[in-house]
Design a binder for this molecule. Structure first.
Ligand SMILES: [Fe+2]
Length: 387
């Protein structure tokens, strides 16, 4: 083997890995059931690990002479076809890396606070890591699962009515109650959410992965309240469970308002805003704004960021989303690789302005697998200003 061979091999394998990640991300953004997605994951893993070996088998252990020497037989069509997907994928990998590095939040954003609270320093790790096969992940060195980042940001909106200037919204998403991370951790996070004292509190779905965790609601989300109310949509992981309706009922019994497919109007004097929610493509219908006052400022809770096109077309002013978890593992240089969106990692996390919609995508609080590198859990407070 020679350096030329390894160069080609590496580029092709990285490219194929990128193509597989794009396919995986796209399929996980559709409304498929978990069993289908598990099969997709199986095929993904098989191709990911077999392609590097198949490429060595196809090209040969002696290495391709065309990669290193002059006056040698040209690359055959058959070998080129094996390499083609990798080359295409590698170009996409470079483009997505450039996009990752070029990301900037909107210029009109003001960051008021950004603190990291290491819950593992407050509480012993034995109180934070619970049961389940994935619990070992939570104990991995440098895992940021328990390093909660709290951010407060402010944005001006030309369409925000004067009476609503200063409205504050606490937003969190993707708590994924399951077992490897204990209820105790989430109780601590909810305490921090309450301390932010938002006028509104939004939760954008993926409440749990085990039905037994219904019992966790009273001491976690059930403890929260806000002057203008707590609002929620559910997510795809909630849809996978046979207790979705019970989740809604329990949240509602603790004062939370279900926004899925609904448009809820709030009024201060003559000035109105509307709060709507969408759980598309997994559940319900998209909210219909035709009955709402045209001048009302529109805020939407969406489980996933892929609804940005719908939001833009429906003149939504502000949209909150989760689902992508920031990618959970953000590689050096490359950034996030896996984020279940048809835009792949473009909207993995951050704030994006696609006029007239400003979309805030949170990294979420946890995940089905409690592992986070360079991607802390996030709790945010957004303050709306007239401007
Ligand atoms: Fe999630």
């Amino acid at each position: 083997m020679n350096a030329g061979f390894w160069c080609v091999w590496f580029v092709a394998c990285a490219g194929v890995a990128k193509l597989l990640a794009i396919a995986e991300n796209s399929l996980h953004s559709c409304g498929y059931r978990r069993v289908t997605l598990q099969r997709v994951r199986g095929v993904h893993n098989l191709l990911l690990f077999s392609y590097p070996l198949l490429l060595i088998w196809r090209v040969g252990f002696s290495g391709p002479k065309w990669a290193t020497a002059a006056n040698t037989p040209p690359l055959t069509m058959a070998t080129a076809l094996w390499l083609l997907p990798g080359m295409i994928g590698f170009v996409l990998l470079i483009l997505s890396t450039i996009r990752h590095w070029r990301y900037r939040p909107p210029a009109f954003e003001t960051v008021l606070r950004s603190d990291v609270i290491d819950v593992a320093e407050r509480l012993p790790i034995t109180e934070l890591v619970g049961n389940g096969r994935a619990k070992w992940l939570a104990k991995l060195p440098y895992n940021q699962q328990f390093q909660l980042e709290i951010v407060e940001k402010s944005y001006p909106f030309a369409r925000l009515p004067k009476a609503w200037d200063g409205l504050s919204i606490v937003h969190f998403s993707d708590v994924h109650f399951r077992g490897p991370v204990t209820r105790r951790y989430f109780e601590e996070v909810m305490r921090e959410a309450a301390a932010l004292q938002g006028d509104l509190i939004f939760f954008t779905g993926d409440l749990m992965d085990h039905r037994q965790c219904l019992e966790w609601i009273p001491s976690t989300l059930g403890t929260l309240s806000a002057p203008l109310g707590c609002y929620f949509v559910l997510g795809n992981h909630d849809w996978y469970l046979p207790v979705t309706d019970e989740m809604r009922q329990r949240l509602q019994s603790h004062g939370w308002k279900d926004t899925s497919g609904r448009v809820i109007e709030l009024q201060r004097g003559e000035d109105r805003i509307v709060i709507a929610g969408t759980e598309r493509p997994w559940m319900g219908t998209a909210p219909d704004f035709t009955g709402a006052p045209a001048e009302a400022f529109r805020i939407v809770l969406s489980h996933g960021p892929d609804q940005i096109d719908w939001a833009e077309a429906n003149r939504v002013d502000l949209m909150f989303a989760g689902h992508t978890h920031g990618g959970q593992i953000r590689l050096p240089i490359l950034g996030p690789v896996y984020a279940p969106s048809r835009y792949s990692c473009r909207y993995a996390s951050g704030v994006f302005y696609r006029p007239p919609t400003l979309m805030s995508v949170t990294r979420g609080i946890s995940g089905r697998e409690p592992i986070r590198y360079n991607c802390r859990p996030e709790l945010s407070k957004v303050i709306l200003r007239c401007g």
